[in-house]
Design a protein around this ligand. Structure first.
Ligand SMILES: Cc1cc2nc3c(=O)[nH]c(=O)nc-3n(C[C@H](O)[C@H](O)[C@H](O)COP(=O)(O)OP(=O)(O)OC[C@H]3O[C@@H](n4cnc5c(N)ncnc54)[C@H](O)[C@@H]3O)c2cc1C
Length: 497
């Protein structure tokens, strides 16, 4: 390792969401003592998708001092309280994975144990009735005040978001270079990256390189041959076809995820337009058929030709290799079902800031970074695989394959624990907390066989009163929220017609 090499010059390769998130954060939080340059190519462009987020983005925005209203108006954003999963358990059966917390936990167990006993006693309300984000999402209502919990996320225009972050990054001293990287030069002794050679002949020398070149992985893979762990056997989808349609009449505060014959379709409403796409498995569906299926299932006229985006689910064997750190699509891709890619970019940025090698790169810190990123990525992977595995659908070869496929041991263990005892196993502090796992496991049809004995400390009447009290609190709160679009119009209306 280059232990004596102080890090002064940071080169960020790529200016999509990953590149500009990294640039803005590094510049704002550590930039005074660094020379940060970002190179991107307008001719190559960005992947052009990635419009749904999860609530953790608040943490990133807080670090950067981003004002929610300003950011939302600049990116045509709407609010997102969860994801509506349609036809996933079986055709005609829907559920919502909403953000926020269900009911009230106690020291021994989460709320679902009380809910399960309630069901057994005929108190027949879905778990969503105990979660305000769920109800708000279903009824199309939203409100936020400075004191409220921030359990919402956004749908935004990814191109405008990158542009917004670019403004911040440049304000904090990042220089942007337009050009195409043609070659990555390595130090023959250490194998470290020395410089990027651009198409105009310019050499960009650096101490630390952040690879945000998207699926190409120009630095981490093509130059450093870091290798990729393929997860196609657990996450079989390998293509998406995307198209935009006009503005929805009434944008809902959730992403729609509609299971189809060989994958699923997303619908993401923005203030200005709607993002649509079909994620599918090319083994079970041809590209032309996928385009056709998407076009037949749009609300409104397409604004552009459908565009196919191939991908390979999996992860880099190392996310930090030598003096190169991969972020965004160059580091791997789980698939967009739970909108986790931007979150994983944010986590890598935060780990890099925490472990920043200002005095030189050390093996221990690189290993720690790789361990943290891998653990987080695997937890997210398991959560996404859960949706495919736990299905009753038998109506197509794709779904029969998903039902029968092998799954990671870590996921099998979680499913078993939940089914036997109602406990949601958590691997330390995870992105998806108990309520998320709960909603998806229940929504996909896994019902626990038992509940925690502490629930029996309540009499039947007390339990009924306890459950009714929470339902009524949730209802009263959500009834006080305005319509989602009404709220947007006074809070963060974009400068569009
Ligand atoms: C179908 C699909 C749907 C998705 N949906 C979501 C979602 O809802 N939520 C979510 O969080 N994430 C989603 N993602 C992931 C999300 O799109 C990405 O994580 C995010 O956009 C970051 O991409 P990126 O910056 O890594 O790559 P890109 O956007 O591809 O950017 C790559 C950059 O590198 C530059 N570049 C490449 N080669 C060169 C070169 N030779 N010279 C100079 N510059 C170069 C390009 O010009 C560009 O600036 C989705 C991804 C896919 C495929």
């Amino acid at each position: 390792m280059n232990a004596d090499k102080r890090i002064r010059k940071v080169i960020i390769a790529g200016g999509g969401t990953a590149g500009w998130m990294a640039a803005a954060a590094l510049a704002k939080l550590l930039g005074k003592n660094l020379d940060i340059r970002l190179v991107e190519s307008e001719a190559i462009g960005t992947v052009g998708v990635g419009e749904a987020t999860i609530p953790t983005l608040h943490i990133f925005h807080q670090l950067l001092g981003i004002d929610e209203r300003e950011m939302m108006a600049a990116t045509n954003a709407t609010f997102k309280l969860g994801i509506a999963f349609e036809n996933w358990k079986d055709t005609g059966e829907d559920y919502i994975h909403s953000f926020g917390y269900a009911g009230k936990d106690c020291w021994a167990c989460n709320f679902s144990h009380f809910w399960v006993k309630g069901l057994q006693q005929g108190i027949n309300y879905g778990i969503g009735e105990y979660t305000k984000e769920h109800l708000g999402s279903r009824l199309g209502r939203f409100a936020v005040s400075p004191r409220s919990e921030r359990n919402h996320a956004y749908h935004f225009d990814a191109g405008l978001y990158a542009k917004y972050l670019r403004g911040l990054a440049e304000k904090h001293g990042v220089s942007r270079i337009e050009g195409k990287i043609e070659d990555v030069q390595l130090d023959p002794d250490t194998g470290y990256i020395k410089a990027l050679k651009l198409d105009g002949g310019e050499l960009l020398e650096g101490d630390l390189f952040i690879d945000c070149t998207g699926f190409r992985g120009l630095l981490i893979d093509r130059a450093l041959h870091t290798g990729y762990e393929d997860w196609g056997h657990w996450l079989p989808c390998d293509r998406a076809v995307a198209v935009q349609t006009g503005k929805a009449a009434k944008p809902v505060p959730h992403t729609r995820s509609i299971a189809r014959e060989a994958g699923w379709q997303w619908r993401i409403p923005l203030q200005s337009r709607t993002g649509n796409g079909l994620v599918f498995c090319s083994h079970y569906m041809e590209e032309e058929a996928a385009k056709q299926q998407l076009l037949e299932n749009l609300e409104g006229e397409p604004l552009n030709d459908p565009r196919v985006i191939p991908f390979r689910t999996g992860t880099r064997r190392q996310h930090w290799n030598k003096n190169c750190i991969a972020m965004g699509l160059s580091s791997g891709f789980i698939e967009p079902l739970e909108s986790t890619s931007i979150h994983l970019i944010q986590r890598s940025i935060i780990h890099l800031l925490t472990l920043f090698p200002s005095q030189g790169i050390s093996r221990a810190e690189v290993d720690e970074f790789n361990r943290l990123v891998r653990e987080e990525t695997e937890n997210v992977r398991d959560f996404v695989v859960l949706h495919y595995k736990l299905t009753d659908r038998k109506d197509s070869e794709f779904w029969r394959h998903c039902r029968g496929m092998e799954i990671p041991d870590s996921l099998a263990r979680r499913m078993e624990i939940f089914e036997q005892s109602g406990r949601v196993y958590q691997n330390g502090v995870e992105l998806f907390g108990e309520t998320s796992w709960l909603q998806v496991m229940l929504g996909q049809g896994l019902m626990p066989k038992a509940y925690h004995p502490i629930v029996d400390m309540m009499s039947d009447e007390e339990l009924a009163r306890f459950l009714a009290g929470i339902r009524s609190q949730v209802r009263v709160t959500v009834d006080s929220w305005p319509d989602h679009m009404e709220f947007i119009n006074h809070y963060c209306k974009a400068g569009i017609g």
